[in-house]
Ligand binder design. Structure first.
Ligand code: AMP
Length: 276
């Protein structure tokens, strides 16, 4: 595995290679969810192609006072996991390398980013779109993989690629879960024992919503009740939206997605489910 920390060598490596290159952007603190994305990347790249993983905790997508400072950064462990997973290239730039000058140009999606997490975390998707555009420009992959766990992010990245004409195929990967149904997340390690015990209520509530009829209002009411029954939970949002427009729907059809964001203590967890 080759590790690049500077943009120039990562970029010239990527440009001098003719084989299919598949990128998996991450913020590190790797877990089974990430490893599944790496496995899919190898499948799409083939043995001849190249799997590229980026690890960068992007300050631009964190709110002031958010968890940017304490976000876990287990560098050596992450590199070992990449190596074991058969990753070909690890791109791990320092913050000063990615943002060498004070940036005055940003990439902003102005429609899909107005709802759900975009509403609760102003500026978050501007940070995501900006850093993903930079990674696409630096690494010029043929394919990039994003997890369906971050369902709004995936929709916004598809829009970014469409509207800015990146010649990159975007592939969504199913959510990987712990045995009790909690979606794997780098932030799960912030949960204390009691919070961790209660967090799987998210998955149970989402599964229950699947056979809750066609009225979005009724399904949302039951979902909120079920989540709120966990004493340590605090709902940020629970919404039923159209999978493409991300606009709320009142009638549940085959495009309806139930998306939730719930705090357990200081930790904000997200999850979603296709209702049909
Ligand atoms: P992160 O490191 O949290 O920014 O995540 C990097 C990529 O991994 C994103 O595309 C996420 O959607 C994806 N991802 C995170 N958790 C999971 C999971 N449990 N299952 C599948 N993909 C995931």
């Amino acid at each position: 595995m080759q590790i690049f920390t500077d943009i120039r060598s990562a970029s010239s490596h990527a440009r001098n290679l003719c084989q299919r290159q598949v990128l998996v952007p991450t913020m590190g603190a790797l877990h089974r969810g990430h490893l599944e994305l790496f496995r899919l990347a190898r499948e799409l790249a083939g043995q001849e192609g190249e799997v590229i993983v980026s690890i960068f905790v992007n300050p631009l997508q964190f709110a002031a006072g958010g968890d940017y400072g304490k976000y876990p950064r287990p560098e050596a462990g992450d590199a070992a996991l990449c190596q074991q997973a058969g990753v070909d290239v690890l791109f791990r730039p320092a913050t000063a390398e990615m943002y060498a000058t004070e940036p005055s140009v940003f990439v902003e999606e102005t429609e899909l980013a107005q709802t759900l997490c975009g509403k609760s975390r102003p500026g978050h998707f501007r940070g995501v779109c900006t850093v993903v555009s930079k990674l696409f420009n630096i690494l010029t992959p043929d394919v990039a993989i994003f997890g369906e766990k971050d369902f709004q992010q995936l929709a916004i990245i598809r829009r970014l690629v469409r509207d800015l004409n990146f010649e990159i195929e975007i592939v969504g990967a199913p959510t990987v879960r712990e045995e009790d149904g909690l979606a794997c997340s780098s932030r799960n390690q912030y949960l204390n024992v009691a919070e961790r015990e209660q967090a799987p209520v998210l998955r149970r509530a989402l599964l229950r919503a699947k056979d809750g009829g066609t009225s979005a209002a009724e399904v949302l009411k039951k979902t909120r009740e079920m989540i709120s029954a966990a004493p340590l939970s605090r709902i940020d949002y629970a919404s039923i939206v159209d999978a493409e427009s991300l606009q709320p729907v009142s009638l549940i059809d085959e495009n309806a997605v139930l998306a939730v964001a719930v705090f357990f203590g200081q930790t904000r967890l997200i999850d979603n489910i296709r209702l049909r």
